[in-house]
Design a protein around this ligand. Sequence first.
Ligand code: 5GP
Length: 218
Amino acid sequence: DEFKLHFEISDDYTGYALSNFCIPRHYEGDLENVLIPWGLIQDRTERLARDIFHEIKDEPLTALCVLKGGYRFYTDLLDKLTTLNRFHASVSVPLHVDFIRLKSYENDDSTGKIRVIGGDNLNNLRNRNVLVVEDIIDTGRTMERLLAILKEHEPKSVKVASLLVKRRPDSTGYRPDYCGFEVPDRFVVGYALDYNEYFRDLNHICVINDSGKEKYKI
Ligand code: 5GP
């Protein structure tokens, strides 16, 4: 019920032709289409920032970036929140920044087991209002595990903002509090989302093609 904003990109949506946009030459042959142009990400993030600002107003917030995939969404979301803080004379959200890095257990991805491999001491989250900022919720297992880990450190509250939520038949049913776009079950890259560490340096969110998957396979 807290998941109130839907921006759905339907399964039959074919996106925009690459030729309409500036794509780094080193990725030209590796992508099928542009699913979400950078400018639209900015516009949608601005609205999410406004919703967060008005729901959390006047309480300090610790924004927790899930590395690495979440870093561009995180910086853009925080830029927009700090802009709101500057322009509102009567309402503000004091912000703290924090980072966490997760790794799926090797060869065990599908069980959704994760390890925290970096970031500050999670004990800093005690009694704080935490906003987890993530790039994508796929099955939902990673986020459910992360929320369980965070809970052990007794934050005052935890909310989740995910730029993307994938429509998947085998989803756990987990829904974030704030969602940028609901997307089809395709593998997407760009805007810090990677395929084996490639494509983080692409501005738009794009669907990778078969030759791209082959080229950067490990
Ligand atoms: P889940 O545990 O929800 O199934 O998976 C979440 C994680 O899988 C994300 O944090 C992300 O690292 C990765 N992931 C899932 N789908 C995609 C995708 O389409 N593109 C990229 N780049 N990563 C994905």
